[in-house]
Design a protein around this ligand. Sequence first.
Ligand code: SF4
Length: 197
Amino acid sequence: MFLFEEDTLHYSKLFGATMQMMERLIAKALEAGFDAAGAMDCSTIILRPEVREACETNKCGRYGKNWSCPPGCGSLDECAAHIRRYAKGLIVQTVGKLEDQFDGEGIMAAAHRHEQSFRRISKELRRDYPGMLPLGTEGCSNCDLCSYPDAPCRDPLGASSPMEAFGMMVRDVCKANGMEYYHGKDTITFTGCFLLE
Ligand code: SF4
């Protein structure tokens, strides 16, 4: 109902002469500290109402409290309209090795590493793609206290929404773009993406 049907175009057809550029972006992502990166065909993105509905349970505590999360980030239709502006993007992942599934410190360390890499490459990409849309793993925490809903976002270019806030099922986005979602036993994977142009 909401968005794009899955598209079977292969990367080489989609990106054509820009393949080298994508390879450079992937290399840049790895240099920034990510463990994996890949090209994203934005026509594969499907926005699911049920993902947004899960936000309403407010398990993360940011629903209705942050411009980057629903409803502050816009309705699902508004998110869909935003995403339709883009054809290609970059998927980035941090894969943390855990001692076991209860390794909370390992999970936190991987999350921190992912956030650092995300901030690092965001600044670089923003220079070349000033209109890009960064989508991360959690609501924006750039300010001690988000200005939502009393005043406009203080840093709209620096803020990023979680992929789920836009209704994306991360597993599906990875699968549709040839990226692993699960990297094996005793690992944790954080995935983000940048819709570029
Ligand atoms: S930059 Fe600040 S005001 Fe804007 S979404 Fe992030 S926390 Fe909220």
